[in-house]
Structures are given as structure tokens and as C-alpha cells.
Design a binder for this molecule. Sequence first.
Ligand SMILES: Nc1ncnc2c1ncn2[C@@H]1O[C@H](COP(=O)(O)OP(=O)(O)OP(=O)(O)O)[C@@H](O)[C@H]1O
Length: 224
Amino acid sequence: MVAENLSKKGRLKEVTLQVAGGVVGLLGPNGAGKSTLLALLAGRLKPDGGKAALFSHAPRDPRVLPLRAYLPQTPRLFPHLRALEVLEGARRVKGLGQEALEEALERMGLEGLLGKRVGELSGGQRQRLALAASLMGDPPVWLLDEPTAALDPRGRERFWAWVEGKKEGVVLVALHHVEEAQRADRLLLLKGGSILEDGSPRGILGSMGERLSWLMEVLYEEPA
Ligand SMILES: Nc1ncnc2c1ncn2[C@@H]1O[C@H](COP(=O)(O)OP(=O)(O)OP(=O)(O)O)[C@@H](O)[C@H]1O
């Protein structure tokens, strides 16, 4: 996955990035540009400048679609559908077998919720359903916008177990929790539409969290 001087007016400033594999966490304050970067890489937004490529194709190329999962910050699910119908729909669109559906629902612990309508689910339950539908079949590239924000600790563990069990490919994931950022292989710190730092979580956050106060100041302090 490559971004070259990728920009969106007022939102992202000429970001250049190469990701060959692994779990890459995007950390930064509200409005940093995390969602914009993910939406550009997913082809949901058109850049004003620069370009992005997944497997050497533009993000909007139909050949790329089956190769990536994109989970926006607020996934849209039809409220009248039952959870099982959402999963069935995802399975059919992706052309997958029943075992992929079973795996996804087990991973997200949806067994007891299959007969419920989306509109009856809690926010975290809905998010677990959206994750199961979007990651079903394990496409090589996952672009995930704050997938754990609504999840309880058990749901977070389920999510991270799925991520950490992924053998190959790329996971680019926007996060707000430093404990979760420590689980990534690589971290990108974003602020004001630019990448401030790009490195290992240990290098950026420090082994004992000693750089945390620095991080809080640099990333989250409002300008005076
Ligand atoms: N639809 C839009 N039209 C115009 N500007 C937008 C739009 N969506 C976001 N922005 C602006 O783009 C900038 C980056 O926003 P973005 O949503 O990418 O940030 P983020 O890092 O994902 O934030 P958060 O942590 O709050 O989700 C912000 O200044 C925001 O106000």
C-alpha cells in the first residue's frame, strides 16, 4: 500500500507512506486526518493531490475491492435487517462459503445475536457485527477507522485476537487508546493533516511509557 503526496484540502497535507505488511496504528487527536487518510486509501474520497495505490492499482479500481476491507467510523447498517441477514449479505457479496461466515461470527461473539435486528443492538454489538461483516473472509488489506471505540474490553480482545492471528497482509487502524497502539507493529502519529512520527510503538511511546507526557503535549495540547 502506497501513498504519494496524498492530500485533501483542509484535511490532509501531502502524506507519503509505504506499508508492505503488518499492523500499523494511526494515532492522533480529533481532526488529525486519520479518517481522511483511511477514506482516501479506501477510495471513498477523491484526493485533491497525489495518489494512492493498493497492489499497484488505484483504490477505486474494481480489482482492488475484493482485496480490502474498509470500516468507516460510523458503519451504515440497515436497522430493519437481522444480524444474520447482514452477515449473509456480506458473505454473498464477497462470494464466500458458509465457513467464512461461521468464523467471522465466532470471532466477534455474535452467536446469541443472530436473530436480532440491527436497530435492536447496542452500539458495541452493532460494531461487532460491522467488524464481522467487513473482515469476513480475511481480505489482505484492512482499513479500519476506530474499530474498537464502542467495544467493551472483551470485544476489544476479540478484535485484537483476530488482528494478531492475521498471518499476512496489512492492517491500518485508527486508534485513540495508547494501550492499543502498543499492540501495533508500527505507529504513525498524525496531527494537522501531517505525519509527525513514523516508527515502532516502543520507539515512539517508550518502553515504560516515559514518552507519554511528551506525546500528550505534542499531540493533544491545543495551540495557545
Ligand atoms: N466532510 C468533510 N468536509 C470538510 N472537512 C472535513 C470533513 N470531514 C472532516 N473534515 C475536516 O478534516 C480534518 C480531518 O478530519 P478527520 O475526520 O480526517 O480527522 P480524524 O483524525 O479522523 O478525527 P477523529 O479522531 O475526530 O475521528 C478536520 O479538520 C475535519 O474538520
